[in-house]
Design a protein around this ligand. Structure first.
Ligand SMILES: *Cc1c(COP(=O)(O)O)cnc(C)c1O
Length: 371
């Protein structure tokens, strides 16, 4: 018999406090437009302005956004896309969906984001057609180095911002660095819908037109197919209405996540586990991920204490069974080691001080028993 945890990993209900989403949905229902109508348009404009780019294009989910970004950039069979192997396979899925080949790069040992030096070496020594840079756990990859490297190599840059809504580096938002960027609005994300949703953002006008066509059957206008590889991947009006209502609260919610993360990192300072560097605007603390060589024992202890936890992610992309040994010769020491050590602790807006204390007490108790 397992009791439900008294500290969950995430609570949509707590995170949405103060917003009457029933009223929002009521309005959207009453408008009697359910697909690509005024709510999607309003949300797209607001989100593009928030990120600071010319265009946002609503799509069905974050994985579709990645796939459509690749299609938009004409990436397909025979082409190679560099990405990281520690970000849950979403980028890999999209690369495989367009018939291209994933090429895996190792990550920085501190941030677990794409390591600029590894990227530089690989761009210099291999044929690469595009790069997907993921801002993992809410912390931005070092775009001040990565973006110029890609530009100099003439390689398209896609940002995966599914964990980094609202993060800013050097005054520029996540999503405003690449040729195109992808967002997911899955309910647990920093900006979450009441179901699936996603968006692409780009400052390139012609690419925006192409992406709008690709998300809807390849149509330039109704029933006129202007590009190959079109899909049906649209954002619903109901979800867009929810997202438009939640967007103005995103920065406050992110600040709340960051404050919880800062409390944890301060409390864990003298422990043997490795706490993440919280930092400032470049980290919106989507997931609070520690690393411990005794991860599995710690996880069992937390479960017994009523504290939920999870592992993001247990299997690196190049070791996933579907690849059937195709990457047996590829070794990514940092990514591989991290899979055995990472543990995600509860960190979400609306989490109470006493819930945060309960998590800290549970971790402290494990660490003290161990010495
Ligand atoms: C959630 C997530 C995705 C996929 O988004 P979906 O909307 O679930 O398809 C892609 N990349 C990263 C890094 C994610 O965290």
């Amino acid at each position: 018999m397992t009791r439900p945890p008294s500290v969950p990993l995430f609570s949509a209900e707590l995170a949405a406090r103060g917003l009457d989403l029933t009223a929002v949905l009521g309005q959207a229902i009453a408008s009697e437009r359910y697909v690509l109508g005024p709510w999607v348009q309003a949300f797209e404009s607001a989100f593009a302005a928030y990120v600071g780019v010319g265009h946002a294009i609503g799509v069905a989910n974050g994985t579709d956004a990645l796939e459509l970004a690749l299609r938009g950039l004409d990436i397909g069979p025979g082409q190679r896309v560099l990405t990281v192997a520690n970000a849950g396979f979403y980028g890999s899925s999209a690369i495989l969906a367009v018939g291209a080949e994933p090429v895996y790069a190792d990550v920085d040992p501190v941030t677990l984001n794409l390591a600029p030096q590894v990227l530089a070496d690989m761009l210099g020594s291999q044929s690469i057609h595009a790069v997907i840079a993921t801002h993992l756990y809410g912390r931005m990859a070092d775009m001040t180095v990565i973006a110029p490297l890609c530009r100099a190599a003439g390689v398209s840059l896609i940002e995966d911002c599914a964990q980094a809504h609202g993060a800013r580096l050097a005054g520029r938002a996540a999503g405003a660095w690449g040729d195109v960027a992808c967002f997911s609005f899955y309910p647990t994300k920093n900006l979450g819908a009441l179901g699936d949703g996603g968006a692409l953002v780009t400052g390139i006008d012609a690419l925006a037109d192409r992406l709008r066509a690709l998300r809807q059957y390849g149509w330039g206008s109704k029933y006129e197919v202007v590009c190959r590889g079109g899909r049906n991947s649209r954002l619903d009006e109901l979800q867009a209405a929810v997202l438009a209502a939640k967007l103005p609260g995103l920065d406050v919610a992110n600040a709340e996540r960051r404050a919880i993360a800062a409390r944890y990192t301060a409390a864990f300072a003298d422990m043997s586990l490795q706490a993440p560097v919280v930092g400032a605007d470049e980290n919106v603390a989507h997931l609070y991920v520690i690393r411990s060589p005794r991860r599995d024992a710690l996880r069992m202890h937390l479960t017994a204490c009523g504290v939920a936890s999870d592992v993001h992610y247990p299997v690196p992309d190049h070791r996933q069974p579907m690849h059937v040994g195709a990457y047996a010769d590829v070794h990514l020491p940092v990514s591989e080691a991290a899979c055995h050590q990472v543990l995600t602790l509860p960190c979400f807006p609306g989490m109470t001080d006493s819930q945060v204390s309960q998590v800290i007490d549970a971790v402290t108790c494990f660490e003290q028993e161990a010495v």
